[in-house]
Design a protein around this ligand. Structure first.
Ligand code: CP3
Length: 347
């Protein structure tokens, strides 16, 4: 096991001075990489995740290629619900799909508590493999209760979250009980990843941006706060991320976080004003700028660094995950500019 005390990523998470501005990319593993497409196979991504040797290799691929400062475990936010037998799959090109969506109180029995050793031994094995091989930190993750609930309730990716919000407003107690159950699953999964050696964690509430601040505070915040409190004693930095959550940055930063993920819609200086002092920021280059080619991507990279203004507690990332269409060579150029031009102290 490597000594991670000099990790720029962990230093930035703690608001300390890193040796360089750290960078990693959400979805850095995956279809944008030819080496991923070569070994991934054609089945469900869940089969690849259940194979610890394959998940280990897939997690390592972007670290080798990009010289990023952290590795994110190759897994998916629906793995705990899948592992306890809810009945959910991830259809290639579509996303998480449940044949029998969550519709009534009876469906709670399809979400029994998870036993990581019996239900997801491949996840802990992958983390242990990674910690043994890597000299950068491994980031563990879970889906936040709201975002996972949206897949279980809709049964498929959704544009307007109609069924999810209908349940939230019309059956608030059932919605509460579902999110509370999903919070327990997330805690169990995160604890198993951290105990296996993950040295930071990210809670993905990717679709919380569908909610108003009042809806978020009433129906969602308590459950995400429960997840963060449920891992607090383990002492690893907690990153919280959502898309289209500019209006929610303030409440989302109060659930127990060391670092707040920011998408590309809010510049980092404005994001810091909304979040307040003492919390780091992660982001926030628009993946569309990477798609536009090297010149636009590098100009965007410099804009992100400038918006941060050399403040401590910045982890460079995209504003959302890497698209399958993005050019790995452009992403590598982004990493190099962050590392060589990123300021580590206020200019
Ligand atoms: O490199 C990494 O970031 C680690 C791996 C990772 C995956 N999913 C692998 C994956 C992570 C962190 C996730 C989290 C995840 N899964 C989120 C939160 C992050 C986000 O994007 O907001 C969400 C919403 C999901 C649900 C999900 N899983 C979707 C929407 C999809 C895309 C469907 C598709 O095929 O386009 C998946 C499948 C998935 N998960 C893929 C990968 C690499 C692509 C499919 C494949 O290779 O078969």
């Amino acid at each position: 096991m490597t000594d991670l005390s000099a990790s720029p990523f962990l230093a930035a998470c703690r608001g300390e001075e890193p040796s360089r501005v750290p960078v990693w990319f959400m979805r850095q593993a995956g279809r944008s990489l030819p080496e991923y497409r070569e070994i991934r196979g054609s089945g469900s991504i869940l089969d690849a995740i259940a194979d610890a040797d394959l998940s280990t290799e897939i997690t390592l691929q972007p670290v080798r290629r990009y010289d990023v400062d952290a590795a994110i475990l190759f897994s998916d936010i629906v793995v705990p619900a899948w592992a306890v037998g809810f009945g959910i799959d991830v259809v290639p090109g579509v996303g998480p799909t449940a044949e029998k969506p969550f519709r009534s109180r009876d469906d709670l029995s399809r979400l029994r508590p998870m036993d990581p050793e019996a239900d997801t031994p491949f996840v802990t094995q992958t983390v242990r493999n990674l910690v043994a091989e890597l000299d950068v930190p491994v980031i563990g993750f879970a889906g936040a209760p709201f975002t996972v609930a949206s897949y279980l309730i809709e049964g498929k990716p959704s544009k307007n979250y109609a069924m999810t919000k209908a349940m939230m407003h019309a059956e608030p107690q059932l919605f509460f009980d579902l999110l509370d159950t999903l919070a327990d699953l997330a805690i169990t999964s995160l604890r198993s990843q951290i105990e296996a050696g993950a040295s930071a964690m990210q809670l993905f509430d990717s679709w919380a941006g569908a909610l108003s601040p009042a809806e978020y505070r009433t129906h969602v915040l308590p459950h995400s706060a429960k997840v963060m409190a449920g891992v607090a004693d383990l002492g690893v930095p907690r990153i919280h991320f959502g898309v289209g959550t500019g209006e929610l940055l303030e409440p989302m930063s109060t659930v127990g976080v060391e670092v707040m993920g920011v998408d590309w819609r809010v510049p980092l200086d404005e994001a810091r004003r909304r979040i307040g002092p003492g919390i780091g920021v992660q982001g926030n280059l628009d993946p569309a700028r990477v798609f536009a080619g090297r010149e636009v991507a590098l100009a965007g990279t410099r804009d992100v660094l400038a918006a941060n203004g050399g403040e401590l507690g910045h982890i460079f990332n995209l504003g959302h995950g890497v698209w399958p269409e993005l050019d790995p060579d452009v992403l590598k150029a982004v990493v190099d500019v962050v590392h060589t031009e990123g300021l580590t102290s206020p200019a």
